[in-house]
Design a binder for this molecule. Structure first.
Ligand code: SF4
Length: 334
């Protein structure tokens, strides 16, 4: 850490400030560009502190040029994972960060879950994903506007590193991003969700719901067996009431699994009178998996039921499925 380096070398504290401005705000490309420091000090820094924890292995860009996926290798052990940048038509640039390599939760519709769990990413490795894309966007005079923890892994099972990364994203002396532009998405680890909220997390929350009842949810997401839906919704509801912030519910529409009219009606009654927004996500195909995306007609019918029951929702526009960068498709390969 830069603070340790400054301390060990008995440097004045303004060196930390200069470093933070250059590294996190001016987004320098190497320590050679840290021009507020004398050259000999920069050389010492180079020997003591690596510039980044990640190595870019491959890059894939979608046909529409709106989605970019990077296969990263972490320098500490050469393990690989992916991160996605989505360039939205409205000007937002969202980085979908990973917080793990693989995932232990094992949702049956998710390529990452099928990889198994290969380790947590550190706060530094999470932050470096965003810095990587910040540097890319800087060359186009753009910035990262949003960060979503929707890449590989369950953020609430790597809570300390995720919280440390968020504190770097939001620290005005570092990246200075508003917490409102950060979304933590969880598969529903109720105990750690409570810890996140007790910690004072003020960003957005998204729950991977994917089923309108406990029984079906258990079939799709093994974590549901341990953390029942009623308890989970109770925690989210009291958070929404306390903060007056809508919670997003992600609902992947899988052909013949959770996309019937009955499912839609059940979902509407489950979420009635709650401060929510439902994201309907057409399932993104995964190699080796027989599950299929719902038909256009089924998606429209599902959406119509929610509209009639006054459930706030949108059908997510799929981005990056041609490069396996869409929801649920990240599998550490390009
Ligand atoms: S959907 Fe999320 S929690 Fe479930 S296996 Fe995939 S990465 Fe893990």
């Amino acid at each position: 850490m830069i603070e340790n380096f400054v301390h060990i070398h008995s440097l004045p504290s303004y060196r930390v400030k200069q470093f933070n401005v250059a590294y996190y705000q001016e987004l320098i490309g190497s320590y050679d560009d840290l021009l507020t420091w004398p050259k000999d000090l920069r050389l010492q820094l180079q020997k003591a502190l690596r510039f980044t924890s990640l190595r870019e292995i491959k890059r894939a860009v979608s046909l529409h040029h709106d989605t970019e996926k990077i296969l990263f290798e972490r320098i500490s052990d050469n393990k690989r994972f992916e991160t996605v940048l989505m360039r939205h038509a409205d000007g937002r640039n969202t980085v979908c960060v990973s917080c793990m390599i693989g995932c232990p939760v094992g949702c049956i519709f998710c390529a990452t879950g099928r990889m198994g769990f290969q380790g947590n990413l550190t706060a530094e490795e999470i932050v470096d994903q965003v810095l990587f894309f910040s540097r890319v966007l800087k060359k186009e005079k753009q910035t990262v506007t949003n960060i979503v923890f929707m890449g590989m892994g369950e953020p609430l099972l790597n809570l300390n590193n995720v919280l440390d990364a968020i504190s770097i994203f939001t620290d005005p002396k570092k990246m200075g991003m508003s917490e409102r532009r950060i979304t933590v998405s969880t598969s529903g680890h109720t105990d750690n969700l409570k810890k996140l909220l007790v910690h004072g997390y003020a960003g957005r929350l998204a729950l991977s719901l994917h089923a309108p009842n406990q029984k079906l949810r258990e079939q799709l997401m093994p974590i549901a067996k341990k953390f029942p839906l009623d308890d989970l919704l109770g925690v989210l509801q009291s958070h929404a009431e306390k903060t007056n912030k809508r919670v997003s519910f992600e609902y992947t529409l899988i052909n013949g699994v959770n996309d019937t009219r009955k499912n839609a009606e059940e979902l509407a009654s489950l979420l009635r009178h709650r401060l929510t927004h439902v994201n309907l996500i057409p399932f993104n195909p995964i190699l080796g998996l027989s599950l299929k995306r719902s038909t256009v007609e089924a998606i429209q019918n599902f959406s119509r039921v929610l509209t009639n029951k006054h459930v706030h929702h949108t059908v997510r526009v799929t981005m990056g499925d041609d490069i396996a960068a869409a929801c649920g498709q990240l599998a550490g390969k390009i």
